[in-house]
Design a binder for this molecule. Structure first.
Ligand SMILES: [Fe+2]
Ligand SMILES: [Fe+2]
Length: 525
């Protein structure tokens, strides 16, 4: 940079010398006014030249800054957000999205799209990003993109955005496979995206390759970790069928509260893992106590209470990544009460971390409404809420958390949002795989439990959680096409070849959502 300054300085003196020389010649031959006008003209040119030089220097400095930041940032979510924002800023555009390619499912999904809450999923080949992923070609459209046949307006409709101009560039790995697509939308200047914008974006894409490869590895590890944690929860369920599904429900309540309290991503993850695993210590409690019908004797209760410290002992043997290192401690505190009367440590008030206080409320609520605990009948929703408030008034649980939980109706977790329709709705699905999709025949199924977010049905095959499906939903007079993801699949107790399967719709268009809403209203009356 120093060399650059020195060069500019010399250039400035050289130019200044020439101007001075021309002026002296000019003044000696012409009037003062004319000389002054010439002087102004020259100064203006010099000013414009340097201004251009400096702004382009600043631009490249910004590009350099973005690239250098890529090395230092280790949080994948923060990193992708940073990249998307930086690209929008650098290219003076309204919005940028980063899509990752999932080869097995033959889809593209957004790891980040600025100001987007829901993830977008596109089959490869669909839309501009899908075209770029399929062909590996750059697309730059400065006329109205709606006139381009490759463009799909579904995303615009979904996020209530109007794409006008677009610059979409593929990200390649070292073997020249497309692993991602970057899409920049709506250049703020009238000329649209230039060749220079394209070059800058290609330059950035080369730097982003490693970030995407890391994100995919990180995603796989995360998936592995989460599936392991869920199978741990299933181990507890298998030991104690009376509390089947308790851990997953507690996790959903706890996450709802965390979202309502705007906790940050890593706190939410700690809470999610702690909630799934909070009762894992029960595997160390003898059957004679764990499975006992009726009330515990004081001695039995003392043994039952050891499950909290056992949870800590078991979980502390797992090597959690640094950002999740509090999971064992938080999980072991789910029976601590604010007044110090809880266990295992008898912590008081603020000594109990916020995440553990959330977990405690979620755990109590689920225990109250559960219909399958042998020692008590299930509470109604109102009675459970009343009990939560009584406990908050006694100073046992955090009243603020109870308020949030109740006022925002966070107890309505996903599964309970399904409505039961009068007539069965037929649908067909096929698994999205990398193989030729036409070779896979769609499977017909029927459902009566459906919501705007997804549906539940009895499947003859175990669809692994996370499988992507292409779904056609046959409503009366209207067919909806959407991509869906399997959220849960549980073998039916009385039939070993059937599974209760829940799927979530990923890209319903607003129009399809409206039709589905109308259908649900009609079919539930
Ligand atoms: Fe517990
Ligand atoms: Fe529990």
């Amino acid at each position: 940079m120093h060399k650059m300054h020195k060069k500019n300085f010399l250039l400035f003196f050289f130019l200044f010398g020439i101007i001075f020389y021309i002026l002296i010649i000019f003044v000696s031959k012409h009037s003062i006014v004319l000389s002054f006008l010439l002087f102004l003209l020259i100064i203006t040119f010099v000013f414009l030249y340097f201004n251009f030089k400096i702004s382009s220097l600043l631009f490249y400095k910004n590009v350099y800054n973005v690239i250098s930041q890529l090395i230092y940032c280790t949080d994948i979510n923060v990193l992708f957000n940073f990249i998307a924002h930086s690209i929008s800023d650098l290219l003076n555009a309204e919005r940028s999205s980063i899509f990752l390619v999932n080869k097995e499912a033959n889809i593209l999904w957004t790891i980040v799209a600025e100001e987007l809450v829901e993830e977008i999923v596109l089959p490869i080949g669909e839309g501009i990003a899908g075209y770029v992923a399929k062909t590996g070609q750059i697309v730059r459209i400065n006329d109205d993109v709606y006139k381009d046949k490759r463009f799909s307006p579904i995303i615009d409709q979904k996020i209530k955005f109007r794409t006008k101009t677009i610059l979409s560039v593929p990200v390649f790995d070292k073997s020249n496979n497309v692993i991602g697509v970057i899409e920049v939308l709506n250049k703020k200047s009238k000329k649209g995206f230039s060749k220079k914008d394209e070059e800058i974006l290609v330059l950035l894409c080369n730097e982003i390759t490693n970030v995407i490869i890391n994100a995919q590895l990180y995603g796989q590890i995360q998936l592995l970790l989460e599936s392991l944690l869920k199978s741990f929860a299933a181990v507890v369920d298998a030991r104690d069928p009376a509390t089947k599904g308790h851990s997953l429900r507690v996790m959903r309540y706890a996450i709802n509260i965390a979202k309502a309290m705007n906790l940050d991503i890593s706190e939410k993850k700690v809470l999610e893992y702690a909630a799934i695993l909070h009762d894992i210590g029960k595997i160390g409690v003898p059957d004679s106590i764990l499975l006992k019908q009726g009330r515990f004797t004081p001695e039995e209760y003392e043994i039952m209470k050891t499950h909290a410290t056992l949870t800590y002992d078991i979980l502390s043997k797992i090597h959690f990544p640094q950002e999740y290192k509090d999971v064992p401690y938080i999980a072991s505190l789910h029976h601590e009460f604010m007044d110090g009367s809880g266990y295992p440590y008898g912590l008081k008030g603020e000594q109990i971390p916020l995440l553990a206080r959330i977990l405690c409320v979620a755990d109590i609520y689920d225990a109250l409404i559960s219909y399958d605990r042998p020692y008590k009948p299930p509470f109604s929703q109102q009675d459970a809420i009343k009990t939560l408030y009584e406990m908050a008034d006694q100073g046992k649980i955090d009243k603020n958390i109870v308020d949030i939980f109740v006022s925002k109706k966070l107890f309505s977790i996903e599964e309970r949002k399904f409505v039961r329709v009068n007539k069965e709705i037929s649908f067909a699905y096929k698994k999205l795989t990398a193989e030729d999709m036409k070779a896979v025949f769609p499977i017909l199924a029927k459902t009566r439990n459906i919501s705007l977010r997804g549906l539940q049905f009895i499947s003859n095959e175990d669809l692994p959680v996370g499988t992507f499906l292409e779904v056609e939903l046959y409503l009366p007079n209207f067919t909806i096409e959407t991509i869906a993801k399997v959220k849960h699949s549980t073998r039916l107790e009385n039939n070993y070849n059937q599974y209760r399967t829940g799927i979530e719709f990923l890209n319903l268009s607003p129009q399809a959502e409206k039709r589905l809403q109308e259908c649900l209203e009609k079919e539930t009356n």
